[in-house]
Write a protein that binds this ligand. Structure first.
Ligand SMILES: [Zn+2]
Length: 119
């Protein structure tokens, strides 16, 4: 039982991180940066089952943005740099961190929904 759960978790993490079809693993599940394809071009899996909704944004906020904000606050408290340092460092860190993590979070949610047959 635990082995099955570990395999399932490993499949969710790998396929979601790579953004590939949860059934065949051959083609990307995305049609663009965050838009899901209608179906898998390799195996024909219909992605209409997937409803990630605001899940990726929620996880990006909680797991990416909050830790990065602490880094930004730490920079401010430690060095009190001029405003342009935040414009050059803090804003890009937050923007790239949040935007960059949306796709893997969406991939993990879609693969998880596929494996758990969420309605
Ligand atoms: Zn496929």
């Amino acid at each position: 039982m635990a082995l099955i759960q570990n395999d399932k978790l490993r499949h969710i993490v790998r396929s979601g991180w790579r953004g590939v079809c949860p059934r065949c693993g051959q083609a990307s599940m995305f049609d663009g940066w965050l838009k899901l394809a209608a179906r898998c071009p390799a195996c024909g899996l219909d992605y209409s089952f997937a409803h990630a909704d605001d899940g990726p944004a929620f996880f990006a906020l909680c797991l990416t943005a909050f830790p990065l904000v602490f880094i930004v606050v730490w920079i401010e408290v430690t060095w009190s740099p001029p405003w342009w340092v935040h414009a050059l460092v803090s804003v890009p860190i937050l923007a790239l961190g949040c935007l960059g993590s949306l796709r893997p979070f969406k991939g993990w949610l879609v693969v998880s929904q596929y494996l758990n047959e969420a309605p």
